[in-house]
Design a protein around this ligand. Structure first.
Ligand code: AMP
Length: 277
């Protein structure tokens, strides 16, 4: 496996594969890899001749006061996991934004609800870095987790609107045995918080059942909040029921996406659940 620390060598590796007629799958990450990331890598491995993973903690998607500086960066472990998973190239640019960087990509409407309400500029940072990464790696397919549901939808739209020649593949959320969605940020949780955190997934499941039974969005949100109330030091940032495609208000007869962001202690966790009528 090659580790590439700058744009030009990464481009050169892909140019060589292209000359050989190989297809390229790409998994963008911020590192601190876990089974969720590995599920994307395995899928890319199956569907492409060559797999590129990027590890880059993208500063432009963090707001002031967020966890940019304390975000975990276990690079040697990440590289070992990628090597073991059969990745051909690990792209980990030392710097990715030239001085006086000025160009931004905004997916307007889809970036506004849910996390967008509380993390202004977040999806602008995500869309911009992902387009930059696509321009360097030029993959045939790129893999995104549905755990970050809004991010996946934003990238799909970016690719469609700007005619980016890549197929975006959304992959199911990987969870631990208790149902907690795997996340690099779970490492911040204390033992006690970790025990309570699966209640987030549980709350979304309960809301889903209420929606399926036809009791409506308000009742679903009440059901979810009742479960979240059982997490000792939780603060709900949002708990919304939206249309899974537009992320706007859902149709009364569904389908629905139940999505939440909850602070458990100092750690912000997100999760979502697609509910069919
Ligand atoms: P991150 O390193 O958190 O930026 O995530 C990189 C990619 O991995 C994104 O497409 C995430 O949606 C995806 N991902 C993170 N956690 C999970 C998970 N538990 N299940 C599936 N995909 C995930």
């Amino acid at each position: 496996m090659k580790i590439l620390r700058a744009v030009e060598p990464m481009r050169e590796a892909v140019r060589m594969w292209r000359r050989q007629g190989k297809t390229v799958g790409f998994v963008p990450t911020m590192g601190a890899l876990h089974e969720g990331h590995l599920s994307l890598i395995h899928r890319a491995r199956v569907e492409n001749d060559r797999v590129v993973v990027s590890v880059f903690v993208n500063p432009t998607q963090f707001g002031p006061g967020e966890d940019l500086t304390r975000y975990p960066r276990p690079f040697r472990r990440d590289a070992a996991l990628c090597r073991r998973a059969g990745v051909e190239a690990l792209f980990a640019p030392r710097s990715f934004y030239p001085l006086d960087y000025q160009t931004w990509v905004t997916v307007e409407t889809l970036s506004q609800p849910l996390c967008g309400r509380f993390r202004p500029g977040h999806f602008r940072g995500v869309a911009t870095v992902v387009l930059k990464l696509f321009n360097v790696v030029q993959p045939d397919r790129a893999y995104f987790g549905q755990k970050d549901y809004q991010q996946w939808r934003v990238i799909e739209r970016l690719v469609r609107d700007l005619d980016v020649p890549v197929t975006v593949v959304g992959c199911p959320t990987v969870r631990d045995k208790a149902g907690l969605a795997l996340s690099s940020r779970n490492a911040y949780l204390s033992a006690e918080e970790r025990t309570a955190a699966p209640l987030l997934a549980r709350s979304l499941r309960d809301a889903g059942q209420v929606l399926k039974s036809g009791q409506g969005v308000a009742a679903a949100r009440r059901a979810a909040r009742a479960v979240l109330g059982r997490i000792g030091n939780a603060r709900v940032q949002y708990l919304d029921v939206v249309d899974p495609f537009t992320l706007a208000d859902p149709r009364p007869d569904g389908p629905w996406l139940v999505a939440a962001a909850v602070y458990v202690g100092r750690t912000r966790l997100i999760d979502n659940r697609w509910v069919k009528p």
